[in-house]
Ligand binder design. Structure first.
Ligand SMILES: *[C@@H]1O[C@H](CO)[C@@H](O)[C@H](O)[C@H]1NC(C)=O
Ligand SMILES: *[C@@H]1O[C@H](CO)[C@@H](O)[C@H](O)[C@H]1NC(C)=O
Ligand SMILES: *[C@@H]1O[C@H](CO)[C@@H](O)[C@H](O)[C@H]1NC(C)=O
Length: 172
């Protein structure tokens, strides 16, 4: 099971020596403008070690009672998926039981910088406020080989894809 392999890699990863890791860009793509817009969505560089990601949605159809998220790491030049890293999870179920170890680990790193740390339904817009991206670094940089990638997350509500959030990064 590739999820298990990924988990083993992130657990033993920190003992490995890491190369350079750079976040290049973030893109928020609306698939359904009747459902949502983004107020803002950007990556800002304060200095070499401090970069942050901020994002705010404008949701037109509240409340949100069910949502599924699909996350993939793909190579930029050919869009191939790295290590079959293609994970799908029920976000409302996760917020209830926190039973997915990997998702929980990633969630813990940014929950403090958001207004999403509660169970469904959601009656409000989603705000991610200045998530320091080096948090994400620690997770990803130990796992991936050198190359240019993007993390592609697709957000489904009521079974329909509503938005994609893509984070572009380079490991060298
Ligand atoms: C980068 O900016 C942050 C926030 O202003 C600051 O705390 C940190 O010391 C800075 N790091 C460097 C290497 O200048
Ligand atoms: C999220 O909320 C739960 C329950 O209210 C709390 O125990 C936990 O510490 C919070 N996590 C973060 C990262 O804020
Ligand atoms: C992102 O993932 C979704 C869902 O699997 C897929 O439909 C879409 O083509 C992907 N986008 C890119 C740019 O890879």
């Amino acid at each position: 099971m590739n999820t298990l392999r990924f988990f083993i890699l992130i657990v033993i990863g920190p003992i490995a020596i890491c190369g350079n890791f750079e976040f290049n860009n973030v893109r928020c793509l609306v698939r359904d403008r009747v459902f949502l817009d983004f107020d803002y969505c950007y990556l800002r560089s304060v200095n070499r070690t401090y970069k942050y990601l901020s994002l705010k949605t404008k949701l037109h159809k509240l409340p949100i009672t069910n949502t599924v998220t699909n996350a993939q790491i793909r190579m930029r030049e050919n869009k191939r998926i790295l290590y079959n890293f293609d994970v799908r999870f029920d976000a409302c179920k996760f917020l209830r039981d926190r039973s997915n170890v990997i998702v929980n680990w990633i969630f813990q790193t940014f929950a403090d910088f958001s207004n999403i740390n509660h169970t469904c339904p959601y009656h409000h817009d989603i705000i991610l406020d200045k998530i320091p991206v080096q948090h994400i670094n620690n997770i990803i940089q130990t796992v991936v080989p050198d190359g240019r990638y993007y993390l592609n997350t697709t957000w489904f509500v009521d079974g329909i894809p509503r938005a994609d959030v893509m984070i572009y990064f380079t490991k060298s």
